[in-house]
Design a protein around this ligand. Structure first.
Ligand SMILES: [Fe+2]
Length: 291
């Protein structure tokens, strides 16, 4: 299957799957939207984008949509029902707009001047396990709850799996970042579900295609990393007398090697605090102190 990384800035953010119908996986950041659209136009040479599949409704995955809709007004955006609901909420749209603006500023990049909240809606919501036809492609959607409650992964034509962040996040240059913000057990279940599909190729979110030689053991690897990071986090939470101190230590362990433009410290702290709450809820017996 023909697919290309069309991220506007950096790599691993947005992928174009070609065919009679052309499908984007994710829409990326608002500040990366203009160069992304240029890249796609170059790839398609006059062709159009027919659909966008969103893995979830976080700002760094959806805020490129206004630019995509401007370039290809007939495009249809697909996501989970839950993502569709979230993207109707004025408070969510407000947060996405604010974070996208802050990210543009932090990156020193131009903010999409024609950004409209109304362009962030989902046109076709999908149910867990639903299969839809998009032109010549068959798209199977399945829930991968864990990073968020609205996370979906997709399989194109039974061959190519597009993963949400729930199964694990590796940067474009490697390095693992735990990302079970709302559900650790859901992340384990999502790895089990994903493993059960015998696909030929796998694209990991924020990373890219899994190399052929790594494919056979990718699910074992992601499960091992997930368990390891849970154990590290529980250990750090038990070793420190406050969550603030635990967060600082977690930043040192997981985030000190990360490009702060890709993920600012504040975003890491918000995510890590969320994972700590999740562990407290799902593994209360492993923790020595309450919040
Ligand atoms: Fe996310």
């Amino acid at each position: 299957m023909h697919f290309t990384d069309v991220s506007g800035v950096g790599e691993g953010a947005v992928f174009l799957i070609r065919g009679e119908a052309n499908i984007l996986f994710e829409a990326g950041m608002a500040y990366a939207a203009a160069p992304m659209v240029e890249k796609i136009k170059k790839e398609l040479g006059g062709g159009r984008v027919d659909a966008v599949l969103l893995s979830h409704s976080h700002y760094d995955h959806v805020s490129g949509l206004p630019a995509v809709r401007r370039a290809w007004p007939d495009v249809k955006v697909y996501a989970s029902e839950k993502a569709g609901e979230i993207l109707k909420k004025p408070s969510a749209l407000e947060t996405i707009r604010r974070l996208s603006g802050e990210a543009a500023e932090a990156a020193g990049l131009f903010w999409d001047p024609d950004y409209r909240d109304a362009d962030l809606q989902v046109d076709e919501t999908l149910e867990d396990g639903e299969t839809v036809r998009i032109g010549d492609h068959e798209v199977h959607a399945f829930a991968t709850i864990g990073h968020t409650r609205d996370s979906f992964s997709y399989i194109i034509d039974g061959e190519l799996m597009l993963c949400s962040e729930t199964v694990g996040v590796m940067g474009p240059k490697g390095g693992y970042m735990p990302s079970f913000l709302v559900d650790y057990l859901g992340a384990e279940e999502s790895i089990r579900r994903s493993r059960a599909y015998p696909v030929k190729e796998i694209i990991l979110n924020h990373h890219g295609p899994v190399r052929e030689r790594d494919r056979a053991r990718i699910w074992d690897f992601l499960q091992k990393k997930l368990t390891e990071s849970r154990e590290i986090m529980l250990g750090v939470m038990n070793e420190h007398s406050s969550d603030d101190e635990a967060l600082k230590e977690l930043e040192r362990i997981f985030h000190s090697h990360v490009d702060k433009k890709e993920q600012p410290d504040e975003a890491f702290y918000i995510n890590a605090a969320s994972m700590m709450r999740t562990l407290r809820r799902q593994f209360p017996e492993r923790l020595l102190r309450k919040a």
